[in-house]
Design a protein around this ligand. Structure first.
Ligand code: CUK
Ligand code: CUA
Length: 639
C-alpha cells in the first residue's frame, strides 16, 4: 500500500506541474485533487476495465488501449503493412491489401465501430474505414486480426463510415466526395447535377461476419460527411450530414457555405431492403476487391467483384428525406433512445437536435418544403426537437451517457460541453488540450452507453508532452463523467491521428480470446504437422521449403541445393500448442520482412538469393532460454 501512495503522490505532482507550466491559467476542474492518479492507476498484474479501439488516422491502423490506464496493448495492422506482425509482408496477408488499383499498403483510417446485437455492443468485431482508397475492414476481436477488407466502388473519400446498425445488419459507408458515376473523362465544371454520392450498405453475415455490398443508394452530388444509424424507435434509418449542397466544384472562397442550411439526409434502409428483395434495383458494372482471410487455411484470398446493385432514390418516394440543418453540419449523432438526431453546424455556435417523431409526423402529413433531385426536403421548423443555444465555437461531435446527457466537442473553443437531452441546457464545460475532434464514451454509439468515462481525441498537443522535433504526438484525454462535473484524469499519446474510437467493457471481449490455433485444424496447403514431413522440394527455379519450428529449433536447419536465381518459399509451421509462443524467421536480404507465426499457424515468405555463400537464419522473437540457439544455414551455389 505504501508504494501505491508514493506513486499517486508523484503522479499528482506531475499533473500539478503540467497545470502550472501550461500557462493557460485555467482551473483544472479538480485535477489537483490527490486521488486523480489512483483513479487511472491499474496496479501491476491487474486489468483495465475497458478496451478502447482508437483509429490510427494516417498510420492506417487501429490501436488498442486499456481504460482507465491509457496503456497501449497492441497496434492491429489494418490498411498498412506492419513489419512487427509481418502483416502485408507474408504471402498469407498480402491479398488483404489488394484493390482494383493494385496492392495499396496504406490508408487513412477514421472511424472504428463495434458490432452490436439488439442495440448493445457484443464484442465480436470491430469495423473501420479506409478513407483514401475507399475500403471497409473487419477485425475479429477473438484474434485481434484483420480478417476482411472490402473496397467500395463509386466512392471517393470514404469518410462517413464505418457505422453499424443495431443488429449489425449493415455496415454503412458514405462517400465524402461525389464523383462521376461511372467514372468518365469530363470537365470538373460539369459537377453540378452530374456527380453522384454513392452510399454503400454492406451486409454482414450473422455467423461469419463476412461482408458483401448489398446495394448502393445513388444520392445527389453533395459531400457526405458523417453518419449515424437510427436506434430504438429510429432503427431502420441511417442519417448522414452533408455539406456543399450547392454542388460547387471548387470550395475555394465561400462557395460551399452559401447555403444557410445544408442537410442531414435520412435514408430508410429497411425500405431499401424491401425494394431490393422485390427486385426494384438496377445494376452497373463495377470492379472492386473483396479480400477475405480464411481461419482454417490461415490465408487470405482476393477476389475482384464485377458489378454492384444500386437504387436511384428519386424513383422511390419515401426512401430518402432531407432535413435542413444549419451551416455545414459535420457530426451526426443519435441519442440512445433514437429520438434525437444531432447535427453540429461547424460554422454555428448552436447544436440542432432533430426529432425523429416530428420527422415522421411531417412525412405522414406530406409537409415538405420543396425537393432536391426528386428527394423531399422537410421544413426545419416542423422537425426541430430542440437547440442547445450558444454552446461553444465549432461544434463537431456528440456522444451520450446513460443518464440522458449529451457531450459535444467544440473544435475552435477547444472544449467538451455537457448538456441535457430534452431541456437542452448546458450543464458543464471542460477545456481540452487542444482542438478536440471526436470524443468517445464506451458504448456511446449504442443503446447502452457506459457513462463512466469520456475520451477526447485532440488534433494538437503543443506543450503537453516533451517535444520531439517538428512533429508532436497527437493525444487522447480521459475524463471522468460519472459525476455532475467532468473531470480530466489523464493524457495519453496515440499512434497517428486519433480520429475516433470505440470502447466497451473488457469482459465482453477478454473471455473469448483465441489462445492458439489447433494444429489439426490447420488446412494451409503448405502446412506440415510433424518434423517427419519437413522437406525441400524443387520445381524448376522455384524451391519450396516445408519447415517447422518449435522450442528451440527449426527443421530442417541445414539447407543445401539452393542456387542464385532461385525463388525460395519458406513455408513455416509453428508446431507449438502453447499460449503466446510465436516464432519468427527471415533471411538476409529478403525483401519481404520477417514472419511472426502464431502457435498452430503456417506462414510463408519468399527469398531470392543474390549471392553465393552460406547464409544464416534465426528466430526473431525471443521464445525460450534457448532462443539464441534457434538458428540454421542455407547454402547458396552458383546458377
Ligand atoms: S473526423 Cu475524419 S477529419 Cu470529425 Cu470523424 Cu477528423
Ligand atoms: Cu523461436 Cu526465438
Amino acid at each position: 500500500m505504501k508504494k501505491l501512495f508514493n506513486f499517486s503522490f508523484v503522479c499528482a505532482l506531475g499533473l500539478a506541474m503540467l497545470a502550472t507550466s501550461c500557462g493557460q491559467g485555467e482551473k483544472k476542474g479538480g485535477a489537483l485533487s490527490s486521488n486523480i492518479a489512483e483513479r487511472v492507476y491499474v496496479p501491476p498484474g491487474e486489468h483495465d476495465e475497458f478496451y478502447a479501439f482508437v483509429s490510427g488516422g494516417f498510420s492506417g491502423q487501429l490501436s488498442v488501449y486499456g481504460l482507465p490506464s491509457g496503456r497501449l496493448f497492441k497496434v492491429i495492422p489494418v490498411f498498412s503493412q506492419d513489419p512487427e506482425k509481418a502483416y502485408g509482408y507474408n504471402e498469407e496477408t498480402i491479398p488483404l491489401l489488394e484493390t482494383s488499383f493494385g496492392f495499396i499498403p496504406w490508408d487513412d483510417a477514421h472511424h472504428p465501430d463495434l458490432s452490436q446485437t439488439n442495440g448493445e455492443i457484443d464484442g465480436r468485431w470491430c469495423f473501420i474505414n479506409g478513407n483514401n482508397t475507399p475500403r471497409i475492414a473487419r477485425i475479429n476481436l477473438s484474434t485481434f486480426e484483420t480478417e476482411e477488407i472490402i473496397e467500395l466502388p463509386n466512392s471517393a473519400g470514404n469518410h462517413s463510415s464505418s457505422f453499424v446498425t443495431e443488429n449489425t445488419e449493415y455496415v454503412v459507408a458514405g462517400t465524402r466526395f461525389s464523383v462521376p458515376v461511372p467514372q468518365e473523362d469530363i470537365s470538373i465544371s460539369e459537377y453540378k447535377g452530374k456527380f453522384k454520392g454513392a452510399i454503400s450498405f454492406i451486409k454482414v453475415d450473422e455467423e461469419t461476419g463476412h461482408m458483401k455490398i448489398d446495394f448502393q443508394v445513388m444520392m445527389p452530388g453533395f459531400n457526405y460527411d458523417l453518419a449515424h444509424p437510427g436506434r430504438g424507435k429510429s432503427h431502420g434509418w441511417m442519417f448522414f450530414t452533408t455539406y456543399n449542397t450547392e454542388e460547387a466544384n471548387t470550395l475555394l472562397e465561400v462557395n460551399a457555405s452559401q447555403n444557410d442550411k445544408d442537410f442531414i439526409a435520412a435514408i430508410n434502409w429497411k425500405k431499401a431492403q424491401e425494394l431490393i428483395e422485390s427486385g426494384e434495383f438496377e445494376t452497373m458494372p463495377a470492379s472492386y476487391a473483396h479480400n477475405v482471410y480464411d481461419e482454417s487455411t490461415h490465408m487470405a484470398t482476393s477476389t475482384m467483384e464485377k458489378e454492384v446493385r444500386f437504387i436511384d432514390p428519386s424513383k422511390y418516394p419515401g426512401l430518402v428525406y432531407l432535413l435542413p440543418t444549419p451551416k455545414s453540419p459535420h457530426g451526426c449523432d443519435v441519442d440512445p433512445t433514437g429520438e434525437f438526431i444531432i447535427g453540429s453546424g461547424k460554422l454555428s455556435a448552436s447544436l440542432t437536435a432533430h426529432s425523429f417523431t416530428k420527422m415522421m409526423e411531417a412525412i405522414e402529413n406530406n409537409k415538405f418544403d420543396g425537393e432536391a433531385y426528386g428527394i423531399p426536403i422537410l421544413n426545419y421548423d416542423d422537425i426541430v426537437g430542440g437547440v442547445v443555444e450558444q454552446a461553444g465555437l465549432g461544434p463537431l461531435h456528440t456522444e451520450f451517457d446513460d443518464k440522458g446527457n449529451g457531450y459535444t466537442t467544440f473544435f475552435i473553443s477547444s472544449e467538451v460541453v455537457k448538456w441535457k437531452v430534452g431541456t437542452w441546457e448546458v450543464i458543464d464545460r471542460q477545456p481540452t488540450y487542444y482542438s478536440v475532434g471526436h470524443l468517445m464514451i464506451p458504448g456511446g454509439n449504442s443503446r447502452k452507453p457506459w457513462g463512466k468515462y469520456a475520451v477526447a481525441m485532440n488534433k494538437i498537443t503543443k506543450d503537453r508532452y516533451l517535444p520531439t522535433g517538428p512533429e508532436l504526438t497527437q493525444s487522447a484525454q480521459l475524463y471522468d463523467i460519472s459525476g455532475e462535473k467532468m473531470e480530466l484524469l489523464l493524457d495519453f499519446p496515440t499512434i497517428g491521428e486519433p480520429h475516433y474510437a470505440a470502447a466497451c467493457p473488457a469482459d465482453l471481449i477478454a473471455p473469448n480470446q483465441t489462445k492458439i490455433f489447433k494444429l489439426e485444424d490447420n488446412h494451409h496447403p503448405y502446412a506440415v504437422k510433424t518434423e517427419g514431413e519437413t522437406r525441400v522440394e524443387r520445381n524448376g527455379k522455384e524451391v519450396h521449403i516445408y519447415m517447422t519450428t518449435i522450442r528451440s529449433h527449426f527443421a530442417p536447419d541445414n539447407i543445401e541445393g539452393i542456387k542464385v536465381g532461385d525463388k525460395v518459399y519458406f513455408h513455416v509451421t509453428n508446431l507449438e500448442q502453447d499460449y503466446d509462443v510465436p516464432h519468427g524467421i527471415s533471411m538476409i536480404g529478403a525483401n519481404t520482412s520477417e514472419l511472426l507465426i502464431m502457435p498452430g499457424q503456417t506462414e510463408t515468405f519468399t527469398w531470392e538469393p543474390k549471392r553465393v555463400g552460406v547464409w544464416p537464419f534465426y528466430c526473431t522473437d525471443f521464445c525460450s532460454a534457448l532462443h539464441q540457439e534457434m538458428q540454421g544455414y542455407v547454402r547458396v551455389s552458383p546458377q
